[in-house]
Design a protein around this ligand. Structure first.
Ligand SMILES: C[S@@+](CC[C@H](N)C(=O)[O-])C[C@H]1O[C@@H](n2cnc3c(N)ncnc32)[C@H](O)[C@@H]1O
Length: 357
């Protein structure tokens, strides 16, 4: 075996083992992230300030012995701070913003749910690796649905109305005056509701092929008192009814579809002649080697276990992957009949692409 004859460079090996130790630590702590989020441990610690394990356990109705161990792991991860002088644990504002504040622009509290969902579905994904078949979004662990909605909500809440919609040509004016909007593959309808709240004169329709997500989206619209102008319907992208939409949005879902060209082609036929199609896709450069960075690493992993199997489960099964990049997405839009296409804006996590008929 080649390995037996290989010369190991001890410095390189040490550096690589150091990196791996850190990665193993992150992987082992993923379930603790979920536990901290689910049981409200981060929120309680951030709100109440420095606490002992006993105090945190009492405040959250949990067992002190478990909390003591959880806090030790959190402090060893630099997720919370430990003061050996007092035996108190606390969170710095930056740590609280990431783990405890649902409305902060850097909230990552939903990550535990996402990781858990991918691990729970691993047997089906391993089988799919062998067969080449897909695993549909609608057949996934339910943690994936609420985890995705909460994970993406952070970006939508802080960028969608403030930056993404204004970056599209003439769309803000239409939305303010009263536009008809379709949100395709809307999931729990978080993006739909954010837009509806910001533009009370406009009418919003959210579509998703997963009935469970549409049920949750409808409940959210009713709870927010917006069900009169926000409607959620179970529909695939290729069966969305034509209503002369001024704006059609695909939030992080085009690459999950089996036939993204067919989906965009159909959607184009449902739009107003001068309408706009906004594609929000994970940020990616066009070449594989240009995505070897922390963001690309997260997205390629998610793409392998979530997005690629989702697409392969549907007709055509193009499987664009979450790191499709602008050039491939432009090709999809052009093949679907859109004649104008440009990158409207971007964040470190998203590409915002504008397609016009
Ligand atoms: C990654 S989730 C994004 C959900 C939502 N847009 C968001 O940003 O939170 C992808 C969504 O696309 C939906 N989806 C996948 N294929 C679809 C299709 N062919 N037609 C309609 N929806 C689809 C899934 O059910 C899922 O809700």
């Amino acid at each position: 075996m080649a390995l037996q004859n290989a010369t190991i460079d001890p410095d390189k090996l040490n550096a690589f083992m150091g990196k791996m130790l850190s990665d193993v630590g992150a992987a082992m702590n993923a379930s603790l992230l979920l536990i901290g989020d689910k049981l409200g441990l981060y929120k309680a610690l951030a709100e109440a300030g420095p606490m002992t394990s006993q105090q945190l356990a009492e405040k959250t109705g949990t067992s002190e012995r478990y909390i003591r161990e959880w806090l030790a792991a959190q402090a060893a991860s630099d997720y919370v701070v430990y003061d050996p002088g007092t035996g108190h644990f606390s969170m710095q504002p930056e740590q609280a913003a990431v783990f405890a504040d649902e409305d902060s622009p850097v909230f990552l509290g939903a990550v535990g749910d996402l990781v858990a969902a991918t691990l729970r579905d691993e047997p089906a994904i391993s089988d799919a690796f062998r067969t080449g078949k897909g695993v549909g979004w609608d057949k996934r662990d339910k943690c994936l649905f609420c985890g995705t909605a909460r994970f993406f909500r952070t970006a939508y809440r802080h960028h969608l109305v403030q930056e993404w919609l204004p970056a599209l040509e003439g769309v803000m004016e239409k939305l303010e005056q009263g536009a008809t909007v379709a949100d395709i593959g809307c999931g729990h309808g978080v993006s739909t509701m954010i837009m509806a709240r910001a533009f009370p004169n406009s009418r919003f329709y959210g579509f998703d092929y997963h009935p469970g997500s549409i049920d949750d989206a409808r409940s959210a619209a009713e709870a927010a008192g917006m069900a009169d102008r926000v409607t959620f319907e179970v529909s695939t992208a290729k069966t969305v009814p034509a209503r002369g939409y001024d704006l059609v949005c695909f939030f992080d879902c085009l690459h999950d579809m089996g036939d993204p060209v067919g989906a965009m082609r159909h959607v184009r036929s449902t739009m107003a002649p001068e309408g706009t199609c906004m594609l929000v896709e994970p940020f990616a450069n066009d070449r594989l080697e240009d995505n070897f960075n922390p963001v690309g690493r997260v997205y390629y992993a998610a793409s392998t276990v979530i997005c690629t199997p989702a697409s392969l489960d549907q007709e055509v099964g193009l499987a664009l992957g979450a790191q499709a990049g602008e050039a491939r997405l432009r090709k999809v839009a052009n093949e679907a009949g859109f004649t104008r296409f440009r990158r409207a804006t971007e964040t470190p996590f998203n590409l915002i692409l504008e397609a016009r008929p």
